[in-house]
Write a protein that binds this ligand. Structure first.
Ligand SMILES: Nc1ncnc2c1ncn2[C@@H]1O[C@H](COP(=O)(O)OP(=O)(O)OP(=O)(O)O)[C@@H](O)[C@H]1O
Ligand SMILES: [Mg+2]
Length: 242
């Protein structure tokens, strides 16, 4: 399965979710590839990969790096040399490349940039499923509205459909009453699956990238590790019913 982790709003936990969901799926025993499609290269950096570790610019099997904690990642570059600049390629370039070079993985998780551009179009059209991490606040609800409309049009125009579209509440502070209300609005307004489990606000989760690790490696007993394990179980249970 190719899964895009996407939201055009910035700072919604896309990179954090890609790393930690990927790590749990790997621990369960799946073959997982993480693809850093964001020119900000946050995932590459967050897994402890320095620019100098990477010596080629094409999306190819040769460029996969195995991190210290055993995650396979196709890294991105920090500017000015990106992994591949999808802005200049056809909308289905990534789909074609994943099908030919990377079909051996159980899960390919794509960390998307916070945008709606040709790079994201490439990711979405290569994907069987999309996971939208959202903060449960009013502005995020508006962003979800926009992203849902844009994705619907994109899928229609390209005759593509997802097997599974899901929304994952992240950085949740359950003391805020509004969060429950917003979850209800999402459930009632969008034709998407909203996770019953969520990711709590957690200091260890925020600290892990500066140590070049997932939160599961950095702090195995943290709430962050616990939450991503529960979410991964729920995710697997959902897709087993597809
Ligand atoms: N559960 C959490 N608890 C606390 N901090 C978190 C949590 N999840 C993510 N963060 C922090 O929030 C910030 C944004 O997260 P992240 O980089 O994953 O978002 P993003 O959607 O990938 O951002 P961008 O849109 O820039 O790519 C980071 O500093 C990250 O460490
Ligand atoms: Mg990111």
């Amino acid at each position: 399965m190719v899964l895009s982790i996407y939201n055009h709003k910035g700072g919604t936990g896309k990179t954090t979710t890609t790393i930690n969901l990927g790590r749990v799926l790997k621990d369960i025993g799946y073959d997982v590839l993480l693809v850093d499609l964001d020119p900000q290269a946050n995932m590459t950096y967050s897994l402890g990969i320095q620019k100098t570790d990477v010596d080629a610019v094409n999306l190819s099997e040769d460029n996969i790096i195995l991190t210290e904690e055993g995650l396979n990642i196709l890294p991105n570059y920090t500017s000015p040399q990106f992994l591949v600049d999808y802005e200049f390629l056809s909308p289905t370039s990534l789909r074609d490349e994943l099908a030919t070079c990377f079909s051996g993985y159980d899960f390919v998780l794509i960390d998307c940039p916070p945008a709606m551009n040709n790079t994201v179009v490439n990711a979405l059209l290569a994907s069987d499923a999309v996971l939208l991490p959202v903060l449960l606040d009013v502005l995020s609800l508006e962003a979800l509205n926009q992203v849902n409309s844009a994705m619907t049009l994109l899928l229609e125009d390209n005759n593509h459909k997802f097997d599974f579209t899901c929304v994952l509440p992240v950085m949740v502070d359950s003391r805020r009453l509004l969060t429950t209300e917003i979850k209800k609005v999402i459930m009632n307004s969008f034709n998407v699956y909203i996770f019953e489990n969520h990711i709590r606000m957690n200091v260890k989760t925020a600290e892990a990238p500066s140590h070049g690790k997932s939160v599961l490696a950095y702090s195995p007993s943290s709430n962050g590790s616990f939450d991503y394990k529960r979410v991964a179980e729920e995710f697997l249970s959902c897709i087993s019913n597809l």
